[in-house]
Design a binder for this molecule. Sequence first.
Ligand code: TYC
Length: 111
Amino acid sequence: MRSQAGKSKEPGTDRGTSVITRTKPQTKKPSLYRVLLLNDDYTPMEFVIHVLERFFQKDHDSATRVMLHVHNHGVGECGVYTYEVAETKVTQVMDFARQHQHPLQCVMEKN
Ligand code: TYC
């Protein structure tokens, strides 16, 4: 921000009026967060596929691929979201898993 006082006038005629000019863009990109599923030995594969379809809008083939990736590698990405959306997804998955008495874990991490 710059305060621009009157310029190029006769000496002594500046009446002190100034204009505040915005120089910095006022939009900021939101931070993004990855939502991850963690593998465990007990949650049924079909339950994980259902979670990916229900909360992450995956079709059946895509959900199956993500589930198998988590099963084989220990962790996998469900999606990337702004903070509040990611937090909501994690809560929804954890609540749903608990309701069905599965130990499935879902976490978020900053990108
Ligand atoms: N490993 C589980 C099984 O063999 C399946 C599974 C996949 C569990 C992904 C959790 O996030 C997970 N039944």
